[in-house]
Design a protein around this ligand. Structure first.
Ligand SMILES: Nc1nc2c(ncn2[C@@H]2O[C@H](COP(=O)(O)OP(=O)(O)OP(=O)(O)O)[C@@H](O)[C@H]2O)c(=O)[nH]1
Ligand SMILES: [Mg+2]
Length: 211
């Protein structure tokens, strides 16, 4: 059982927006899942919510709209279109990359970004662009190294450490974890970070915290 404060399994689909004008009002808190095409964004959302909410596919470029899911109380999860996939008609690519850029730049209720990268190919140029943009916009980042089930434990740990070290140099609010939708690796860490973004830090003993 997922031990989280927010009930992610109660997430409900709201809308698929082709551009930001079709999104729900820009209020409350949104957390967006972003990353290269095929990195495993939709799969991670489905694992977190324990539902088949977001469409997944072997073919990169599956998610072409800004998919919005409600957690109630003006809290939303956002599945963004992937970037960096070459084999898509240019016109289509332009359209949905524009939606992605506009979302990132204009959405005021965006509280945190989950950047998903295949653990075997992390920190590509476009990933770094996104992470650097988030830091300069003061938006915290959770970097999830996806498909961690594809690596043995030793290699997996080494890869996480290497990415942590590289991103620490940027001096931003960045957390790095291994993740696997298939095996549930990193699922609690994802839920806890999102809890923090939606509800604030977890305080164990309230009297202690006020001292
Ligand atoms: N082995 C393994 N495969 C995974 C995992 N997560 C996703 N995949 C596979 O990776 C492919 C892409 O997953 P999606 O979740 O659709 O990726 P996406 O990032 O949403 O892709 P776009 O919508 O195209 O941007 C699918 O074939 C998934 O089954 C994982 O944890 N382990
Ligand atoms: Mg997707």
């Amino acid at each position: 059982m997922l031990k989280s404060r927010v009930k992610y399994n109660q997430a409900q689909f709201i809308t698929s927006a082709p551009d930001i004008s079709k999104l729900p009002p820009d209020t409350g808190i949104e957390v967006a899942f972003a990353g290269r095409s095929n990195a495993g964004k939709s799969s991670a959302l489905n694992t977190l919510t324990d539902q088949k909410l977001a469409r997944t596919s072997k073919t990169p470029g599956r998610t072409q709209l800004i998919n919005t899911f409600s957690l109630g109380e003006d809290q939303r999860l956002i599945d963004l279109p992937g970037y960096g996939f070459a084999k898509v008609p240019l016109e289509m690519k332009k359209k949905w990359q524009k939606a992605l850029g506009e979302y990132l730049q204009r959405r005021k209720c965006l509280k945190g970004i989950v950047v998903l990268m295949d653990i075997r190919h992390p920190l590509k140029d476009l990933d770094m662009d996104l992470i650097n943009w988030a830091i300069s916009s003061n938006i915290p980042v959770l970097a999830l190294l996806t498909k961690a089930d594809k690596l043995k434990q030793g290699k997996r740990k080494a890869e996480v450490l290497q990415v942590r070290r590289a991103l620490a140099e940027l001096n931003g609010d960045i957390t790095v974890h291994a993740f696997s939708s298939l095996k549930g690796i990193g699922l609690n860490e994802l839920a806890w970070k999102l809890d923090e973004w939606y509800l604030g830090p977890f305080v164990k003993d309230k009297t202690e915290a006020t001292e």
